[in-house]
Design a protein around this ligand. Structure first.
Ligand code: ATP
Length: 208
């Protein structure tokens, strides 16, 4: 069965933490590809000052030489709000026989019960959760804890399955787009945090 990794995010901008997570899921679970899907209009936060197309272009440039990592612009070109549920359903319809393996960080997992149609989301593919510094999974709400108890399996190529949840065995990476934006606003060099520092600098965006 084809196994398609799905990694959505604002990517405002993309950083090495994102890339490392995409590589990690691709390699540890032998996925055929990982689709990085920048948000268009995000439902849960104020829209970024950087346009969806610009964030997508940087994602594309950042992973241009990464085997199996694909920049997907479906949310960028969609009109109106973008919900993850719509994106996953659309992807599943595009590739009916494939298993979708989608990834979120621990911060997203802790608030997943506020996402649109979140319980249905859990039924569509296999969810991977990546640990993140400062986001302890002990603070999980009762409804998410129950879902995790019922659905969790150790992630490996044998256990990947629709409706399951696993922790991805990934390194803890203390990097965020917030940190990158703050450093850029101060005119600092972020080439250690993102592969697209030169393009960002040349764009003059983020008030560099
Ligand atoms: P911001 O600081 O603007 O909130 P971010 O660094 O969290 O941005 P997003 O594009 O919002 O980046 O993240 C996309 C997904 O990647 C989310 O599910 C988030 O939890 C996860 N993620 C991002 N950075 C990390 C990291 N360093 N470790 C684990 N997960 C991460």
């Amino acid at each position: 069965m084809q196994k398609i990794g799905v990694f959505g995010g604002t990517f405002d901008p993309i950083h090495y933490g994102h890339i490392e997570l995409a590589r990690c899921m691709r390699d540890t679970l032998q996925l055929d590809c990982v689709r990085l899907i920048p948000t268009g209009l995000p439902p849960h936060r104020a829209p970024s000052r950087i346009s969806p197309q610009q964030r997508f272009d940087w994602v594309k440039a950042a992973i241009a030489n990464e085997k199996g990592l694909v920049a997907d612009n479906r949310e960028v070109v969609r009109d109106g709000y973008c919900y993850t549920i719509d994106t996953l359903i659309e992807l599943q319809q595009d590739t009916l026989a494939a298993l979708l393996v989608w990834l979120i960080g621990a911060d997203s997992w802790l608030s997943l019960n506020r996402w649109h149609r979140w319980r249905e989301l859990l039924d569509i593919g296999h969810l991977l959760i990546a640990a993140r510094p400062d986001y302890a999974l002990e603070g999980l709400s009762a409804d998410l804890s129950a879902e995790f108890r019922n659905r969790s399996v150790i992630a490996n190529t044998e256990t990947l399955s629709r409706g399951k949840i696993s922790l991805l065995s990934s390194p803890l990476m203390p990097v965020s787009s917030t940190k990158v934006r703050e450093m850029l606003a101060r005119g600092e060099d972020v080439s250690a945090l993102t592969p697209v520092f030169d393009q960002i600098k040349a764009s003059g965006l983020y008030r560099f």
